[in-house]
Ligand binder design. Structure first.
Ligand SMILES: [Zn+2]
Length: 59
C-alpha cells in the first residue's frame, strides 16, 4: 500500500521534513509523525502505518 504523505498543515514544509517518531508507554509503543521544522505532532497510533494514515486524514 502506497502512502502519499501530505505536507505539514502548520508550517507547510515539505514532507521530507516529516519523520516518524515513537514513544513508549506502559503497555505499548505509540507512533506519530513529527514535523522537523515546526515540531508539530500527528495523532498517536499503535502502528507506523496508521500514524501516517491519520496524519494524512487530518489534512
Ligand atoms: Zn511543520
Amino acid at each position: 500500500m502506497a502512502i502519499i504523505t501530505q505536507p505539514c498543515p502548520f508550517c507547510g514544509c515539505d514532507e521530507k521534513d516529516l519523520t516518524l517518531s515513537s514513544e513508549k508507554s506502559i503497555s505499548c509503543v505509540w507512533h506519530f509523525v513529527l514535523c522537523g521544522n515546526c515540531s508539530a505532532q500527528g495523532p498517536q497510533e499503535k502502528s507506523a502505518g496508521e500514524a501516517w494514515e491519520r496524519w494524512n486524514d487530518r489534512i
